[in-house]
Design a protein around this ligand. Structure first.
Ligand code: ADP
Length: 491
């Protein structure tokens, strides 16, 4: 039996999962780590904590699985995307905490980027200019941390997203590299040539000397330092979390899509071997590169989804746990005209309004907590609808079904509402850990545990299917939702 170790370095926790060659889970290690909030809107992680927690859970998973490192054929990495680390090439010391993807400190900088430059960023890298991406965070570190600009110019420093940082640490500083999916989230990358882009480096004024080498998503990049796990393990797969989830959901063909319902929602649609430019403010991104084959995706990022349920729990106190929202919302058949737009952190795709704030509209004397709970679920489903509508317009592809995963996808009522709003079946996959599984598949392909994508697609199994109810009036409610969005936008 061969094993693959997947490292899933997420925003709030580091996880490691040992998979066997059937794609079944043998053991999981998980550690939450500290979120640092230096001031409102700023979110940081300590890169050393990221590394130490990731190493600890990897060791825990190997030991729990009852195997030796020598039995592990390959290691795959998937990671929170866009989060930015700069460290010293000699000492390995980070120059600052990691700036996390949610951090808004560069919003004003991004707003000041001239329209013509923003157009170039979109044309070349496929991204809407936003503080979300790594490029403006690198620029902030160059401008605000003493000595960083000079040391970068002298070639002493290395930039990486979390995948690069982990590879550096895992290989004892031997390799400074990233994969195409992580590179495609920087505003510095050309998604067609798959190289760093000089015009974009000029726009953001970032020295090339900082940047990692760009690799495919599935190949042997190097080996782990033998001292870490007892023997060296080939590092053989890397993909950003949402790309890995698309792969883990076996959305290998053009027109297949998945939506992950976690803190936010991230919907990606495979669009095949050519990038599809978006006229509706979606992101064009590299889905993965395997061998010589590159596939692309359209992505819609929704910043608040499951977090709205946490808000009902922690701020309003109308539920004691997230799953309770389902029974509360089921107490009413309808929201009675209440709409909830959870724009707590601005609105992402397709609106990209960083200054929008949440609203609840349509309240009457008769509105109660069940109406609000149901409106929160509907708000998640409507946001997903808006992203999918933009994807269909951009790609001309009609979706056959939507594959789903993430914590909130366990909510049957939400999934039924989603199917009714979209008018397409919503399908839950059997393995909930699609992100780690995707990273494991990418690594396993490189070391021959799985022969090809077809062998992987055969393993995908459905665990639940929600078909649109022809009697549902959810689609009729879209006009009311649109009006609620209008009230939420900042201008
Ligand atoms: P992340 O990886 O972003 O931390 P998870 O995939 O672990 O997210 O999902 C957690 C999120 O899902 C939380 O925001 C939580 O409120 C929400 N959630 C969990 N269970 C349910 C449920 N049954 N119904 C609705 N939301 C849920």
């Amino acid at each position: 039996m061969s094993f693959i170790l997947a490292l899933d370095q997420g925003t709030t926790s580091s996880r490691a999962i040992v998979f066997d060659e059937n794609g079944s889970i043998c053991a999981i290690g998980q550690q939450e780590f500290e979120q640092l909030f230096p001031s409102p809107g700023l979110i940081e992680h300590d890169p050393i904590t990221i590394w130490e927690s990731q190493l600890a859970v990897a060791r825990e998973a190997i030991s729990q699985a009852g195997i030796e490192a020598s039995e592990i054929a390959g290691l795959g990495i998937t990671n929170q995307r866009e989060t930015t680390v700069i460290w010293d090439r000699k000492t390995g010391e980070p120059v600052h905490n990691a700036i996390v993807w949610q951090d808004r400190r560069t919003a004003d900088f991004c707003r000041a980027i001239p329209e013509s430059d923003a157009k170039k960023i979109q044309e070349i890298n496929g991204l809407v200019v936003d503080a979300y991406f790594a490029g403006s965070k690198i620029r902030w570190l160059l401008d605000h941390v003493e000595g960083v600009r000079e040391r970068a110019d002298a070639g002493e420093l290395a930039f990486g997203t979390v995948d690069s940082w982990l590879v550096w640490k895992l290989t004892g500083g031997k390799h400074h590299l990233t994969d195409v999916t992580n590179a495609s989230r920087t505003m510095l990358f050309d998604i067609r040539t798959l190289e760093w882009s000089d015009p974009l480096l000029d726009i953001l004024d970032i020295p090339r000397s900082l940047l990692p080498e760009i690799k495919s998503s599935s190949e042997v990049y190097g080996e782990t330092d033998p001292g870490l796990f007892g023997s060296a393990i080939p590092i053989a797969g890397i993909a950003g979390d949402q790309h890995a989830a698309l792969f883990g959901q076996a959305c290998h063909d053009s027109g297949q899509a998945k939506n992950t319902y976690g803190t936010g929602c991230f919907m990606l649609m495979n669009t095949g071997s050519e990038p599809v430019p978006s006229s509706h403010r979606l992101l064009t991104t590299v889905a993965w590169k395997i061998g010589d084959e590159t596939e692309y995706a359209l992505e819609g990022s929704i910043f608040i989804a499951g977090a709205a349920i946490q808000w009902l729990r922690d701020q309003l106190g109308i539920i004691a746990s997230a799953p309770e929202v389902e029974s509360l919302a089921s107490e009413v058949a309808d929201t009675d005209g209440v709409y909830f737009v959870p724009a707590f952190a601005g609105l992402g795709a397709p609106h990209w309004d960083g200054f929008a704030r949440g609203t609840i509209t349509g309240l009457t004397r008769g509105s109660n907590k069940a109406h609000i709970a149901r409106a929160a679920l509907e708000g998640i489903a409507f946001q997903t609808h808006d992203v999918l509508a933009a994807m269909v317009k951009d790609s001309g592809i009609e979706l056959a079904e939507l594959r789903v995963d993430g914590g909130a996808s366990q909510n049957d009522l939400l999934m039924q509402i989603q199917a009714d709003v979209l008018g397409v079946p919503v399908v839950r996959s059997q393995i909930a850990e699609t992100t780690a599984l995707g990273a494991a598949y990418l690594a396993g392909l490189a070391v021959g545990v799985w022969e090809n994508k077809e062998a992987i697609a055969e393993k995908w199994q459905e665990a639940g299917r929600f078909t649109p109810d022809p009697a549902s009036d959810m689609k009729k409610k879209l006009a009311g939702w649109k009006a609620a969005i209008e009230r939420t936008l900042s201008s």
